[in-house]
Design a protein around this ligand. Structure first.
Ligand code: DQA
Length: 161
C-alpha cells in the first residue's frame, strides 16, 4: 500500500465552470472521486488538496516530510509559471512527482511555456483534459509497484475508463 497526494493549485476549484473550452466540464470533485476510487481499487491511499494560496500548498508539501506520502500528483496551475517557493518545497521533500495539466500549456500563451517544475518531475502529462490526472495516476501506480509498494488488489487497466 502506498500513500498518494494530489495537489491542485489556484482556480482549479472552479473546474467545470471555468473556461470549459480549455479545461473541460469535469468538476474537481469528479476528478478527485475518480482518482480516489482507482487508487483504492489498487490498494492505495489517496488524498486530494486544493488551495488558491501559495503558502497553503507549500505547507502541505512540507507536511509530506512526516506523513508517509510516497508519491505526488501535482497540478500547480498558475503557480507552474511563477512559484519558486513551491518548487523549493517539492525539492526539499524529495518526493517523486508527476506534473499534470489539463490543457497543453505549450500550445498556449508564451508565459505558460515556462514551468518551474518540469525539470524536477518524473513525468509531465498535459493536454488530455481530466484524463491527464487519470493517466498520471496509472503511471504513479506502476512506478510504486516497481518501487516495491505493491498493491493489495491490482485492477487490470481494461476495467477502467
Ligand atoms: C493549468 C495550466 C496553467 O497554465 C493554468 O494557469 C491553470 C491550469 C492546466 O491544468 O491546464 O490554471 O495548470
Amino acid at each position: 500500500m502506498a500513500k498518494i497526494l494530489v495537489l491542485h493549485g489556484p482556480n482549479l476549484n472552479l473546474l467545470g465552470a471555468r473556461e470549459p473550452d480549455i479545461y473541460g466540464r469535469t468538476t474537481l470533485a469528479e476528478i478527485d472521486a475518480r482518482l480516489l476510487a482507482r487508487a483504492h481499487d489498487c490498494g492505495h491511499v489517496l488524498e486530494s488538496f486544493q488551495s488558491n494560496a501559495e503558502h497553503a500548498l507549500v505547507e502541505r508539501v512540507q507536511a509530506t516530510m512526516g506523513d508517509g506520502t510516497d508519491y505526488l500528483l501535482l497540478n500547480p496551475a498558475a503557480f507552474t509559471h511563477t512559484s519558486v517557493a513551491l518548487r523549493d518545497a517539492i525539492a526539499a521533500s524529495g518526493l517523486p512527482f508527476t506534473e499534470i495539466h489539463l490543457s497543453n500549456p505549450h500550445a498556449r500563451e508564451p508565459f505558460r511555456h515556462k514551468s518551474y517544475f518540469s525539470d524536477l518531475a518524473r513525468a509531465v502529462i498535459c493536454g488530455c483534459g481530466a484524463d491527464s490526472y487519470s493517466f498520471g495516476l496509472e503511471q504513479a501506480i506502476r512506478f510504486l509497484a516497481d518501487s516495491g509498494k505493491t498493491s493489495r488488489s491490482r485492477v487490470p487497466l481494461s476495467t477502467t475508463n
